[in-house]
Design a protein around this ligand. Structure first.
Ligand code: ATP
Length: 927
């Protein structure tokens, strides 16, 4: 044993002042320490009497000491355990019967003193109270309780752990504010409180933690200004993470630029505005800088990167930055990831970037960059992702033949590129997406351009390419092929039909000729657009029936059922004019006869709609479905009915392939024409979003319209709420709320022609796998006409409580009306009861019920579904506040759906994708 080890061994024993005072004077632990001191005295005597016996004595002493320490420390740990809830019994070996506490789960002891130095209980599903008894462990330097369910304010009492160097409480349910007394943790080197629910401002007193090297407050709900003095004394900081605190509203303090040791600065989505301080030029140790998703303006300070030898990750994306490309960003040649996208940068990309030999991801899309790209950029040996779409970049692509490229994804759409597509791009066998639409590429497509075995998406549409489409054989993973709007000639390669996952083909607006290969019937195509070519012959049957006819138009020589030119008639083109006339006369007489007959049968027909003759129905599919109108109509029988509302019945129908669809029958009492209805439904069917039920097709007759939706076997939120044992967990209810709001945001804002739903209610929120909601029945007014829509709504009493008070007063429907209805759905999720419960004791509708209770003492708590655990109460109260705002009587007081989405998302647990590996500076604990 070395002298140093001996000294270490003696320290906690011979210098009692270094122990927490309470542990010396109170209880069992205090008595044990007293015995310990006596043992120490006897050891001195033994040493004095005989030097020769020292070794023997030391070994006896050590085992004695270790027994004593061990029993006191294990008691402390057991006390800590007693306040913790441990549902998976992760701490089962923490037991009074198990003597060696240094081997207990998560415990590390010093090899010399046998005292506990570290408690690491991350990711063990623990909850309950974090009890400060552990501060009686004199050498405790590391406490890691990350990824558990501790639900309490920051446990300030832990500041009693005077030797604590690392405190990690990340990803728990810690709430409240950062208290002013945070300065009490003065020994901390690492403080990680990320991914909790901590709100309020960052207190100035945080700046007193002068030893901090790691400060991670990311993904919380911090707000207000980041006060510059906070950083004055934090000169040791190596990692500062304030990211994902969208309620902060602050400029970037220039003091951060003085933190000379800073290696990781992560402030994405932190409500930052203003410019990037010039002091950031001094952050020479920086390895990662993320300022994305803020409102930063101005330009990147000139010279940013100069002297930065380790800079590997830079993200300025999604701001309002302008000015030129940061020329020195790759000074140290360590840069791997550069994201400047979605800003207003202009000017050329400088040739110095060609020296950036470590670059893996280059994203400059959606800016105003112009000029030619430095050719060497393309052949950087590590480059995998290249995104420069939506700029004004010109010039030609270099021929990459001979360069060992690892490119996986190239997106350069909507620029001014010219020249040919070089053969070298086809030789890159790592390529899975190549998208260069909306440029001026010309010439032939190289034979090998589709050869990458990983190629999944190729988009060369809207260029000036000529020649034929090369055979596609090797790209067995191709999902989407878009070559639309070029001048391609020749025929469609039959090899397309043998690419197993090919789903989207758009080769419209070219000069392709010949027949559509029969082999394409092998594919499950969601899109097959060959319109406006020079194709001829009969269209393979499954392509005619499964896809919109418009995708075939502009090919006068194509024939097939439903097309202007049915194949069986085309063979009779030779017949003489006279014989045609005879046929016409005969046909007219037949038609007149039929008309008379039809008039007689019409009344019978209207009484038995389910048995409609297929001749009166027109079927249009937007997805390939193998069902005929007869089969569909035959299936609309009572035993298949799954719901009925104001607009008609819903049936579940099994199509011959085995798949199910839901068919909603609407009364077409306005008698809108097929053309009008088709245009409207087509428009609605284009709405594609995770939270919108797919409209697969429709069937039209004068009297009614059948809408064919994807079928969701879990039914609707309404179905679930009506079950007496409805007891969904809060996180599932929140997921339904977030998803529905996202779907609505898509309809209101992102969908090209903007749709108002107008019929949001729990019956129209279907539940998909893993509780992902999908909205249905949107925009029905467009299909059946306003008057008919309104009269249907008026007849539906169950929908009344979803209607905003202004409904009927305002001529035009508004987004705020949808927000109101969504607010009612939120109230249903919070209360766990349907919006309207006519037969119940509380027969009030949910809005009235909530409004009446909310102002009573403790009323808010009475509103919340008691079946949900109290740990979710804080979140539920926030959602209640939101729901009340959504259901405000005055439309202008309601939040926008974008705000609703933001608020709900902020309550969702955040899953962080790993961005890069960080070596955190270690505390002084021993492992
Ligand atoms: N695509 C679907 N998949 C599965 N079930 C569905 C689907 N569409 C509707 N349903 C079922 O049908 C029920 C009622 O739907 P419907 O739209 O007719 O009722 P509603 O909303 O009360 O009426 P309306 O919208 O006509 O006013 C839903 O609660 C659900 O159980």
């Amino acid at each position: 044993m070395s002298l140093l080890e001996l000294k270490e061994l003696r320290l906690p024993v011979l210098h009692p002042l270094s122990l927490p005072i309470k542990s010396l004077h109170h209880g069992r632990a205090g008595k044990k320490k007293h015995r310990l001191e006596r043992a120490t005295t006897s050891s001195h005597l033994a040493m004095a009497s005989s030097f020769a016996h020292q070794a023997l004595f030391l070994s006896i002493f050590l085992s004695f000491l270790s027994t004593l320490n061990s029993s006191s420390e294990s008691d402390v740990l057991l006390t800590f355990k007693s306040s913790v809830e441990d549902p998976i019994l992760a701490l089962s070996n923490w037991s009074p019967n198990s003597t060696d506490h240094c081997n207990w789960t998560g415990i590390t002891c010093s090899k010399s003193t046998f005292l506990v130095t570290s408690i690491d209980l991350h990711n063990l599903n623990l909850s309950g109270d974090i009890y400060p008894s552990i501060c009686k462990l004199p050498q405790l330097s590391n406490l890691n309780l990350a990824n558990n369910y501790f639900n309490q304010p920051i446990p300030l009492q832990l500041s009693e752990c005077i030797g604590l160097v690392t405190l990690n409480l990340s990803n728990n349910l810690i709430w409240g504010t950062l208290p002013d007394q945070i300065f009490l943790f003065s020994s901390l080197v690492t403080l990680d409180l990320s991914r909790n629910r901590i709100g309020g401002e960052i207190p100035l007193s945080l700046g007193s933690l002068g030893k901090l090297q790691v400060l991670n407050l990311g993904s919380n709900s911090l707000s207000g200004i980041i006060h510059p003095p906070v950083f004055k004394n934090l000169s040791e900081l190596v990692l500062l993470d304030l990211s994902q605190n969208p309620s902060l509203a602050s400029e970037l303090p220039l003091e951060i630029g003085r933190l000379a040791k800073l290696r990781w600065l992560l402030m994405q989505k932190s409500g930052l505005f203003g410019s990037i301080p010039a002091s950031f030029l001094d952050l020479h140790e920086l390895e990662a800088l993320d300022l994305s998703q803020n409102n930063l303006t101005g330009s990147i300070p000139l010279g940013f990167g100069l002297g930065f030898l380790k800079l590997a990750y830079v993200d300025f994306s999604l701001n309002m930055l302008s000015g030129s490309f940061p020329t020195d960003v790759c000074y140290g040649k360590s840069l791997k990831d550069l994201s400047l996208h979605e800003n207003s940068f202009t000017g050329p990309i400088p040739s110095i970037i060609e020296k950036c030999s470590s670059l893996e991801r280059f994203q400059v899309q959606d800016n105003g960059f112009y000029g030619e790209l430095p050719p060497g950029l393309w052949s950087l040996p590590e480059l995998k992702l290249f995104r420069a779409e939506n700029n004004h970049i010109s010039g030609q692509l270099p021929d990459l033949i001979g360069s060992p490229s690892r490119l996986e994804q190239v997106q350069i759409d909507n620029n001014n590129f010219t020249g040919g597509i070089p053969r070298g791009f086809g030789l890159i066998h790592t390529m899975y997406r190549f998208s260069a639409s909306l440029n001026s590429f010309s010439g032939n497509l190289p034979e090998n351009i589709f050869d990458s075995p990983l190629l999944s998406i190729i988009n060369l549409s809207h260029n000036s390419l000529i020649g034929s489409i090369p055979e596609l054989k090797n790209c067995r993973k191709l999902v989407s092929l878009s070559l639309a709007d070029n001048s391609l000639t020749g025929s469609i390669p039959p090899s397309l039909g043998h690419l197993p996952v090919l789903t989207y083909i758009d080769i419209s607006n070219n000069k392709l000729s010949g027949e559509i290969p029969q082999d394409l019937q092998n594919l499950k195509l969601a899109l097959f657009n060959v319109s406006f070519n020079q194709l001829s012959g009969s269209v393979p049957l499954s392509l005619v029936s499964g896809l919109p006819a418009s995708f075939l138009q502009g090919n006068p020589d194509l024939c097939g059922p439903g097309l202007p030119n049915p194949c069986n008639l085309s063979s009779k083109r030779q017949s003489s004019r006279t014989s045609r006339l005879i046929w016409v006369v005969i046909l007219i007489s037949i038609v007149v006869g039929i008309l008379l007959l039809t008039a007689g049968l019409y009344a019978v027909y209207t009484l038995s709609r389910n048995k409609s003759s297929c001749g009166t129905w027109k079927l249009v599919f937007f997805y390939p479905l193998r069902i005929t109108e007869e089969e569909l109509l035959m299936a609309l029988v009572e035993k298949n009915a799954i719901g009925e509302g104001a607009f008609g019945k819903v049936h579940v129908v099994q199509i011959p392939g085995g798949e199910f669809v839901a068919v909603k029958r609407l009364l077409n009492s306005s008698n809108l024409s097929f053309g009008t209805v088709k245009a409207e439904i087509k428009n609605l069917a284009k709405a594609r979003h995770r939270n919108i039920a797919k409209l697969l097709g429709f069937c039209y007759s004068r009297g009614s319209i059948l809408l064919i939706f994807e079928y969701l076997q879990k039914g609707s939120l309404g179905d679930a709420l009506r079950k007496p044992d409805f007891s969904w967990d809060w996180r599932f209810r929140l997921k339904v709320a977030v998803g529905t709001a996202q779907g609505l945001l898509y309809l209101h804002k992102d969908y090209v022609s903007k749709i108002l739903h107008r019929n949001i209610k729990s019956n129209n929120i279907l539940i998909g796998d893993d509780f992902e909601p999908k909205m249905t029945d949107f925009g029905l007014d467009r299909i059946i006409g306003e008057a008919c829509y309104k009269s249907s709504v008026a007849s539906e009493l169950g929908s009344y409580c979803y209607m905003p008070p202004e409904y009927g007063c305002f001529k035009k429907p508004t987004e705020q009306m949808d927000v109101y209805s969504f607010g009612v759905v939120l109230l249903e999720l919070l209360t766990g009861r349907p919006a309207e419960q006519p037969e119940s004791r509380e027969s009030l509708d949910v809005v009235k019920l909530v409004r009446r209770k909310v102002n009573m003492t403790n009323g808010a708590f009475q509103i919340l579904d008691p079946k949900i655990s109290s740990s979710a109460q804080q979140d539920m109260l926030e959602v209640l506040d939101l729901a009340l705002r959504c259901t405000s009587v005055l439309p202008e007081k309601r939040p926008s759906i974008a705000d609703v989405v933001r608020s709900l998302q902020s309550l969702e647990p955040i899953v962080h994708p790993p961005v890069f590996s960080i070596e955190l500076p270690s505390g002084n604990s021993e492992h």
